[in-house]
Write a protein of this length. Structure first.
Length: 445
């Protein structure tokens, strides 16, 4: 087995760079701000600070949507998605604070106070350059934030939420111009305007390259088509796809693509599914549980259907490994990336263990394949299912230590629903596995 040299995540340096950028934005305001003499001046400057920070974070929100490989494959798509959600919430709060504080400050200068905020807002939209566009952009951001609230999000289809979310690009474009035309920093300082153009220009270039040009190149080169659809267990199907030179797509076991099947009713839906087998030069496979309209429709795909793929994404690959022994933990359909890793991770007999959690033995998708892989590789295969009475199996620190006495010397790869992942994570930590050796990706759509 090759020497193990785990690839480190660049998350910490990126977060340091993010905070350094925020500090630079504050310095931009400080260098262009004279002494503040009265209450209206303090309120207006608070509005300037929140506006500058909102503009900076808005660029980061779009950057986190650009699917840059350094983020998607090194930091991890699930972690980037959490950053995106958190940054979006902060951006909306700052936009609202900027709007309120700025209009309040103008109202104080006009002698109307808090009671004149509404009229001051209407006057500013009508009179100040590009503020009307910014008001539309702020409205779009509020709409996106509203549909992303948990209870509302869960009532919407993934496709509706996804397409409304794309309005973030329009909101960013509409808000950008008023920053330059009305922001004191950019009106008075040419270097500040240049820095802002560079920030937004770089982000725009990344979006165009990785969201538009890269997928077009990939699909023109590889020309994926559906080869067959195989029912694995009731409600779970595998979709096999063929194409040209698929080994040059750069995909690795544990990664996923965003798939768009060009069949009636599915052309405008793009969903993420993990590879459920190691990529072959002429074959890719995904295995999907029917839990929504899109996943349920996969069983009706016909051979020859064209496929549009974007990726590969995800950091749950062998590059994260730091120890010789590995435990793979799968919950439900989270078995798909774990099955691919179980097949391909280098290791001697006894080095690999797979724990598969499902509600019943009938739900153990790909079980025959897993058993064959375990036999061929000398690996250990375990399952945890509910009892006939419905009692859930005990996956605790004590149980894990009994099954694997040296579990604290393992790397652990894990994929499954968020609640399951949290339970297993706590059990692993209790069993002595360091957090840095627990590698997981989970998505709550």
């Amino acid at each position: 087995m090759r020497a193990i040299r785990p690839r480190r995540s660049p998350a910490v340096p990126l977060l340091v760079a993010l905070w350094a950028g925020a500090a630079g934005v504050i310095w931009m305001w400080w260098s262009n701000t004279p002494s503040i003499a009265d209450n209206s001046g303090r309120i207006l400057n608070a509005g300037r600070i929140t506006g500058l920070l909102a503009g900076y974070l808005m660029a980061l929100v779009v950057l986190q949507m650009a699917r840059v490989p350094a983020l998607e494959r090194r930091v991890g798509s699930d972690r980037v998605a959490r950053w995106h959600a958190m940054t979006g919430r902060y951006t909306i709060c700052l936009v609202l604070a900027h709007l309120f504080l700025t209009m309040w400050g103008y109202a104080l200068q006009a002698g109307t106070g808090l009671g004149g905020i509404v009229q001051q807002t209407v006057d500013s939209v009508q009179q100040l350059p590009d503020v009307g566009k910014a008001a539309i952009g702020a409205g779009l951001l509020l709409l996106i934030g509203l549909i992303s609230i948990g209870p509302i999000r869960r009532r919407l289809s993934y496709d509706l939420w996804y397409h409304v979310h794309l309005l973030t690009y329009a909101a960013t474009y509409l808000s950008f111009w008023h920053q330059l035309s009305t922001g004191n920093e950019f009106v008075a300082q040419a270097w500040a305007r240049t820095a802002w153009y560079a920030l937004y220009g770089s982000v725009t270039a990344l979006v165009i390259w990785y969201r538009i040009i890269t997928p077009i190149r990939l699909n023109m080169r590889h020309r994926l088509r559906v080869e067959a659809v195989v029912e694995e267990t009731p409600g779970i199907v595998s979709v096999l796809m063929t194409g040209r030179k698929l080994h040059r797509m750069g995909a690795a076991a544990g990664q996923f693509f965003r798939w768009r099947f060009l069949a009636p009713g599915m052309r405008f839906s793009s969903h993420p599914y993990s590879l459920s087998a190691a990529p072959r030069p002429n074959m890719l496979r995904i295995t999907v549980k029917a839990i929504g309209d899109h996943s349920s429709a996969l069983r009706d795909l016909r051979p020859g259907t064209r496929v549009w793929a974007e990726g590969p994404y995800g950091a749950l690959t062998a590059d994260r490994r730091s120890r010789g022994k590995v435990l793979l933990v799968a919950g439900g359909v989270g078995i798909t990336p774990m099955r691919a890793l179980f097949e391909t991770l280098p290791g001697a007999a006894g080095d690999l263990t797979l724990l598969y959690r499902a509600n019943s033995t009938q739900d153990l998708a790909l079980w025959d394949e897993l058993a064959q892989i375990a036999e061929e590789r000398g690996a250990r295969l375990m399952y945890a299912v509910n009892s006939p009475e419905g009692a859930r199996p005990d996956i605790s620190a004590d149980t894990l230590r009994r099954k694997l006495p040296d579990i604290d010397r393992h790397d652990v790869f894990m994929c499954g629903p968020p609640g399951f992942a949290q339970q297993v994570y706590e059990a692993l930590r209790g069993a002595g596995v360091p957090a840095r050796r627990i590698h997981h990706e989970s998505f709550e759509m």
